[in-house]
Design a protein around this ligand. Structure first.
Ligand code: SAH
Ligand code: DHB
Ligand code: MG
Length: 225
């Protein structure tokens, strides 16, 4: 099995099941043209996020790490007309590209892109939501802060709500307790926090595809293992 095959199968699935998508294609093209790194979720991963949000009938979604708004668009499309998605992005320039992509997708009224370090913008956000907790959180920003983002997300998520974390397998490097990669250590600390929190029940699903070998952590809040 090879990366080439995983990518070919992802392309086949996208062609067979997804159909053309102008807004998403345009978002990727504009992101590339603006020099953003090509690290958005793949189309099949984006569709998975969209389906999970729809299965939950999510009305309030929080995202850490907007980049050009590709995963944001997939998630926001799952919302009802009075739904809301808040997405946190450190880079002002990325946020501007994302806002344009989100507007082109017709989702500007549902999405609030907030610029700054997520740990700095979270306190204001916690105030602004006035107790209306999130149904779904997608954590996909800087990996060394994963454990902090997860702990904050638990506080901001309703009972029965779901927290998803991207990039938690990392080619299997997550196995290496002595890894010097801060991203790997970030994932391992995340797993420690999840394991120690009796208010969440979680697993990790390993994935292969156009983005290589990685995985998602999925946690339900308010239900102990
Ligand atoms: N979710 C996006 C990809 C996000 S890539 C998608 O799938 O389409 C990770 C993003 O996190 C980058 O845009 C990066 O600038 C942002 N980021 C890094 N550190 C951050 C921080 N401290 N707070 C908020 N965002 C951060
Ligand atoms: C990187 C970040 C991601 O969120 C991802 O899915 C893949 C790569 C990165 O920072 O390299
Ligand atoms: Mg990611």
């Amino acid at each position: 099995m090879s990366q080439q095959q995983w990518t070919a199968v992802d392309d086949y699935i996208t062609g067979a099941l997804h159909g053309p998508d102008e807004a998403l294609d345009a978002a990727l093209a504009a992101s590339a043209a603006a020099g953003l790194p090509a690290i958005a979720v793949s189309p099949t991963q984006g569709k998975l996020l969209n389906l999970l949000a729809r299965m939950m009938k999510a009305r309030r979604i929080l995202e850490f790490g907007t980049l050009g708004g590709y995963s944001t668009i997939w998630l926001a499309r799952a919302l009802p007309p009075d739904g809301r998605l808040i997405t946190l992005e450190y880079q002002q320039r990325y946020a501007e590209v994302a806002r344009a992509n989100i507007a082109r997708a017709g989702l500007a009224d549902l999405v609030d892109v907030r610029v700054g370090r997520a740990l700095d913008t979270l306190p204001q956000l916690a105030d602004d939501i006035e107790g209306e907790l999130f149904d779904l959180v997608f954590i996909d920003a800087d990996k060394p802060h994963n454990a902090d983002y997860f702990a904050e997300s638990v506080r901001l998520t309703r009972l029965g709500g779901v927290i998803i974390v991207d990039n938690v397998v990392r080619d299997g490097q997550v196995l290496d307790a002595h890894s010097e990669d801060p991203n790997v250590q970030g994932v391992r600390r995340l797993n420690d926090v999840i394991a120690a929190d009796s208010s969440v029940s979680a697993t990790v699903i390993q994935t292969v595809g156009a983005k290589g070998y990685d995985g998602f952590a999925i946690a339900v809040v308010g239900e102990s293992a």
